[in-house]
Design a protein around this ligand. Structure first.
Ligand code: ADP
Ligand code: MG
Length: 484
């Protein structure tokens, strides 16, 4: 168990800075998700923490210890990758125990840890099977098990669910959260999927282009995004944006192309906006409502033409055209009679508007993150302007913690963490930035004669090839997956 701190961390390649001034304080036992589009630097940030990439500038701490120059094997972390990287010729049991054997852990101890991990992950029936006789989900659980037996201070996971189908992803997501509950260890989890981030993270670091945009709780990111990027990235369907001008004689209005939305004067003053100013208005799909139902009487209305209607059963996405743009409205099934081509009246819930500066793209209306958690590049905005009194419950998969944090499944005994001496990898490190080999031929050699490797320490099996997704089980590249 340990906290993790990034302090003004940079990663530079020749002619290419991929992480810029990253600051983040991850608390002991916290589950933090790094989320961002493909190429935003998530893996790089994680790999610098693991010691698989050199840190160009700044400091990374695990607990109180600066680890910039600490060998990966001595960082007391375990990492799970998208590629399971299991040894194909070894049973599940041997895959789980291999890393401990290399570290010369006593046999009885190895057996105990392997069986405990297998029980936690429901792998007991498969201990004698080879990986090829396992499903993708089972293989990924073996990879998780290999991290568990290490009993690290920090678990690092880089898109571990990307190779699983949608249903299995959700199941495994829950398993990982349960694992976190049970192990009470710091988890840092990388994903490009904002739904995964929202459902799993106690707090979320949103990265774009190597820059931390906001680091806060899922709900704060949703309700008070500090800039256009976060506003558009978090939430599905995404927030709608409209270019408007602040205007009106007497009554303040946000005026767009062919529509106007009256707002209270305080919206203007609290946002620090003036009449005549161009702003970007952001409105969540659930804040565009069907006027015909109770509770919408006091809200401003706009007329809009319906383009497409998508019924999801529990809700209906109505695509309307307003101000020359297609917006998404999220309505409940009572609006089932809305048809494409129809003109409808839509109530705009102006209590939940977001306003952004079109030049800086920063929020004019946002509670935002605590200033300390937001780097200079995404300066904390002015304090709360508009309160979202009702959480956007329907908008996000909110039951993100389905069990008490301290609860453990009664079917599985807790790992007795204090009962074992700390493990030390048998392999030593070479250059932390040395690329890992993905060549299956290397896998064989490395397996027989573990060699000096930077990757070794974070795997339960300590060969570089194991860390590098051997070709026989090569996953689809995460970069080929669409970013959400
Ligand atoms: P993510 O995990 O968010 O998809 P990565 O951390 O893998 O992103 O990569 C971030 C950026 O760093 C990408 O633009 C990638 O092209 C770049 N990058 C990664 N490795 C290298 C390298 N060895 N040399 C130069 N650029 C690199
Ligand atoms: Mg990545």
């Amino acid at each position: 168990m340990a906290s993790v701190t990034y302090e003004h961390v940079y990663k530079r390649y020749p002619g290419n800075t991929v992480i810029t001034d990253m600051n983040a304080q991850i608390k002991d036992k916290e589950f933090v998700v790094l989320v961002g589009p493909s190429g935003s630097g998530k893996s790089t940030a994680l790999r610098m923490l693991a010691g698989l990439e050199e840190i160009s500038d700044g400091m990374v701490r695990i607990g109180d210890r600066v680890v910039n120059d600490v060998a990966p094997k001595d960082r007391d972390i375990a990492m799970v990758f998208q590629s399971y990287a299991l040894y194909p010729h070894m049973s599940v049991y041997d895959n789980l125990s291999f890393g401990l054997k290399l570290r010369k852990t006593p046999k009885g101890e190895i057996d105990k840890r392997v069986r405990e991990a297998a029980q936690i992950l429901g792998l007991e029936p498969f201990l004698d099977r080879k990986p090829k006789a396992l499903s993708g989900g089972q293989r990924q659980r073996v990879a998780l098990g290999r991290a568990i037996v290490r009993q690290p201070k920090v678990f690092l996971m880089d898109e571990p669910l990307s190779n699983l189908d949608a249903k299995l992803r959700v199941q495994t997501r829950v398993q990982i959260l349960k694992l976190h509950q049970r192990l009470q260890t710091t988890f840092i989890y990388v994903t490009h999927d904002q739904v995964e981030a929202m459902t799993m993270g106690e707090r979320i670091v949103v990265l774009d282009n190597g820059i931390v945009q906001q680091f806060d709780s899922p709900q704060t990111l949703y309700e008070h995004p500090v800039n256009l990027f976060v506003a558009g990235f978090i939430g599905s369907p995404a927030m709608n944006f409209l270019n408007v001008k602040v205007g009106g004689d007497g009554q303040t209005q946000l005026q767009g192309e062919g529509f106007q939305v009256p707002v209270e004067e305080r919206v203007l003053s609290e946002a620090g906006a003036e009449r005549g100013q161009d702003v970007i208005m952001g409105i969540r799909p659930e804040d565009l409502k069907d006027v015909r139902f109770p509770g919408r009487e006091g809200l401003p209305k706009v007329s809009a033409k319906v383009e497409v209607v998508e019924s999801m059963g529990s809700e209906i996405f109505v695509y309307i055209v307003l101000g020359g743009k297609t917006l998404t409205a999220r309505m409940d099934p009572r609006s089932h009679d809305i048809q494409p081509g129809q003109s409808i009246q839509v109530a705009v819930d102006t209590h939940h508007l977001h306003l952004f500066d079109p030049k800086t793209e920063k929020a004019l209306v946002s509670r935002g993150a605590p200033a300390a958690a937001v780097p200079a590049v995404a300066e904390a905005p002015a304090p709360a302007r508009l309160s979202r009194e009702a959480a956007a419950v329907s908008a996000m998969p909110l039951p993100r913690r389905c069990w008490p944090r301290a609860a453990a499944s009664p079917s599985a005994p807790a790992i007795k963490r204090g009962s074992m001496p700390p493990l030390r990898a048998s392999a030593t490190t070479s250059s932390p930035s040395r690329p890992m080999s993905a060549n299956p031929a290397t896998l064989k050699t490395s397996f027989r004669r573990p060699r000096r490797t930077s990757a070794g320490s974070i795997f339960s099996c300590t060969t570089p090839a194991a860390a590098a997704a051997p070709g026989w089980m090569r996953p689809t590249s995460s970069s080929t997956r669409p970013s959400s």
